[in-house]
Design a protein around this ligand. Structure first.
Ligand SMILES: [Zn+2]
Length: 129
């Protein structure tokens, strides 16, 4: 696997773990992301292409061990039915570059009832100025 340069303008190459999640639908270890505890106002972007995916206003503590959101930015993500690992889930990926982000489950809080369970490693958090 080749390491592609980060296209968000940060100049930092994606790490092997980020590549594994984005391109091979990998999953980070639960509880491992510092973004689990990120409470600041800001926006969450795709590390693969820089697209806006989520905002801090929809982030909540799900207790799952992964950063969780009850809604995604309109047009930011797309979903696809995923029947791997003997489960029926809806896979979530970046609508712009197709990079895998995580899964969405129908057990989230109001108003949407959805839980976007996202790997923090593929989120680029940009705090509001
Ligand atoms: Zn992307």
């Amino acid at each position: 696997m080749t390491t592609q340069p980060c296209q968000t303008g940060c100049g930092t190459p994606l790490t092997p773990d980020q590549e594994r999640i984005l391109r091979e639908r990998g999953t980070e270890y639960p509880g491992s992301s510092p973004l689990n505890h990120e409470k600041r106002a800001g926006s969450y972007h795709c590390v693969g292409c820089g697209a806006l995916l989520f905002r801090s206003t929809t982030k909540y503590e799900s207790g799952s061990g992964w950063p969780s959101f009850w809604a995604a930015e309109a047009g930011g993500v797309a979903t696809q039915r995923d029947t791997s690992h003997g489960m029926v889930r809806d896979e979530v990926h970046c609508a712009h570059c197709g990079g895998h982000l995580g899964h969405v489950f129908p057990d989230g809080p109001p108003p949407t009832g959805q839980r976007y369970c996202v790997n923090g490693l593929v989120l680029d958090f940009r705090p509001d100025a």
